[in-house]
Design a binder for this molecule. Structure first.
Ligand code: MP5
Length: 231
């Protein structure tokens, strides 16, 4: 068994809890409240925006052989922003000016700090875990979503064949990196994967429960303003 498969086995209870999240089941069954789905859209748009500098920072550390695939990831992420903008427009959801919820904020800082300060291997492990989490999560939605659902393009983006192949590529590379790594490095990679999985579960929880900050529930994910803007 490769490193990635063994790690998924190790964190299976956490992964299963993520896949059993009501956000996914309700989206699949067409029961998700519009405001809840809009909350996820606003938060994930911010996340994808932040994933671009994360991948760019990873690229700066990557061996030459990984440059081309990472450039393709960057292009795919730019395209994904367009998908969010198009769907938000169709659903009347305003993306501009949204404020990241605490979990989103922390997750993005974790991504950037990992790419900046940890090893390339750990950064790659995080990228794989985040993409695999979305592939598996949207497969849950794909298993029952109505063909004419307006959320279908998200399923097509993350649960389709092209994304499956991309996640498979990340996984093969991860296995290679882990096989060449020493035990300390492998342990740090495993920890990075588990932390990513925890954030992924927490992200659904935030999308479902509201993106307010502790102690400030009424602010939710209201728009960022300056003192001048508020005057
Ligand atoms: C992804 C995402 C997938 N969009 N949002 C979260 C919270 N986790 C993973 O990444 P990508 O880069 O959009 O394919």
């Amino acid at each position: 068994m490769g490193f990635a498969a063994a790690e998924l086995d190790r964190i299976r209870p956490l992964w299963d809890r993520m896949l059993a999240h009501p956000f996914l089941a309700e989206t699949r069954d067409g029961r998700i409240a519009d405001a809840t789905f809009a909350n996820w859209m606003r938060q994930d748009y911010l996340f994808v925006e932040a994933a671009i500098p994360f991948v760019a920072a990873l690229l700066a550390k990557a061996p030459r052989a990984c440059w081309e695939p990472l450039v393709q990831v960057l292009q795919a992420l730019m395209k994904e922003l367009g998908l969010f903008e198009e769907r938000a427009g169709a659903a009347g959801v305003r993306l501009a000016g949204a404020r990241p919820g605490l979990v989103n904020h922390a997750y993005v800082q974790f991504l950037l700090a990992t790419a900046q300060r940890a090893s390339f291997e750990e950064g790659w492990a995080v990228l794989w875990a985040a993409e695999k989490a979305y592939f598996d999560s949207w497969r849950v939605v794909a298993a029952g979503l109505a063909a004419d659902s307006r959320w279908r393009p998200f399923v097509d983006n993350w649960a389709g064949e092209a994304f499956a192949q991309y996640v498979g590529f990340l996984e093969d590379q991860l296995d290679r990196l882990a096989a060449a790594a020493g035990p300390d490095q492998r342990r740090r990679m495993a920890e990075a994967i588990e932390t990513t999985a925890r954030y992924e579960l927490a992200f659904w929880e935030m999308a479902y429960g509201g993106a307010g900050w502790p102690g400030l529930p009424e602010w939710r994910d209201g728009e960022v303003t300056t003192a001048e803007g508020a005057a």
